[in-house]
Design a protein around this ligand. Structure first.
Ligand code: PDD
Length: 281
């Protein structure tokens, strides 16, 4: 069945959705995006995604494509029109359509497109056994704090992971893990979650923010510092977070079993807390 998608003010069947070849997203990856989870027909943590979108647009001096309330209505309409019980809404803003030039064109309108994807977020079978991951060099640019659509380096990393039978790749820079190709990275020692502090080197994940809040509420310690792949191999537990995975246990890194290859208590608890809140709406 064809999805209903959104393109610059119109809801249309996906096969009728068209964007110009002169769109700067297409020519320069001059755009930003957000992925918002949907559980029980409701957007999860929507406000955090809008806050980050606002920041991404500001950092790139890109104009809003619509008003803030219009963006929310558009998200809700996509859920309703597609009868989306569980999955994600992907939305992207680009600098718009102009003849090809590197500097910013004057008087263009930002483009806005969005579409739903059905996914099993709550009952994700991977969460029972945990996933395998690999490490790979971080080939990305210096402003990873901006959620741009320039994703070739993450695609290379993810493809390498899949070729090796793994679900994700943790990227490594100067000997330290930065983050996953499309997720934030964590290890656990005892009752302490260890993760890289926010900087231009990683994306400030909305799921990461929610995880921090829930950890504090439930007496789980968080230590923000850099860690190496070797430290991760020896950790009690490891996991990743993202809007489409929530809290996902990792039971193998580069062929080495983590926590005896079992899903550990801290990640199990954090996933449960997250699912509870998402389902409560
Ligand atoms: N990716 N780091 C990177 C590089 C990401 O691409 C993502 C999300 C995250 C986690 O952010 P959040 O918790 O807000 O989803 C961290 C999305 C899901 C994607 O590209 O599909």
């Amino acid at each position: 069945m064809s999805r209903i998608v959104y393109v610059n003010g119109s809801f249309v069947p996906e096969e009728d959705a068209k964007v110009s070849i002169f769109d700067r997203g297409f020519l320069f990856a001059d755009g930003v995006y957000e992925v918002t989870p949907v559980v029980n027909f409701k957007l999860v943590d929507y406000a955090a995604h809008v806050e980050r979108l606002t920041r991404s647009l500001n950092e790139l001096k890109m104009a809003w494509p619509c008003t803030v309330p219009e963006l929310r209505t558009m998200h809700e309409e996509l859920v309703v029109r597609n009868n989306l019980a569980e999955g994600i809404i992907y939305m992207q803003v680009t600098r718009g359509v102009a003849d090809r030039m590197f500097n910013f064109p004057k008087d263009t309108r930002s483009s806005l497109v969005a579409f739903p994807q059905v996914m099993k977020l709550v009952d994700n079978p991977n969460a029972r056994m945990g996933v395998k991951i690999v490490t790979t060099p971080d080939l990305r640019w210096a402003r990873r704090d901006i959620k741009t659509i320039m994703l070739l380096a993450p695609c290379l990393g993810k493809e390498e992971a899949y070729q090796k039978g793994a679900a994700e790749a943790w990227m490594v820079e100067d000997g330290k893990v930065t983050e996953g190709t499309s997720s934030n990275a964590y290890i656990v020692k005892g009752n302490t979650i260890i993760t890289r502090p926010i900087s231009n080197s990683i994306l400030n994940g909305c799921t990461r923010r929610a995880l921090f809040r829930m950890a504090k509420e439930h007496g789980v310690e968080i230590e923000e510092r850099l860690f190496t792949p070797e430290e991760a191999y020896a950790a009690d537990e490891a996991f990743l977070t993202s809007a489409s995975q929530f809290v996902m246990p990792i039971t193998e890194i580069d062929g080495k079993r983590i926590g005896g290859g079992q899903v550990g208590p801290v990640v199990r608890k954090m996933r449960e807390l997250f699912l509870e809140e998402a389902q409560r709406g």
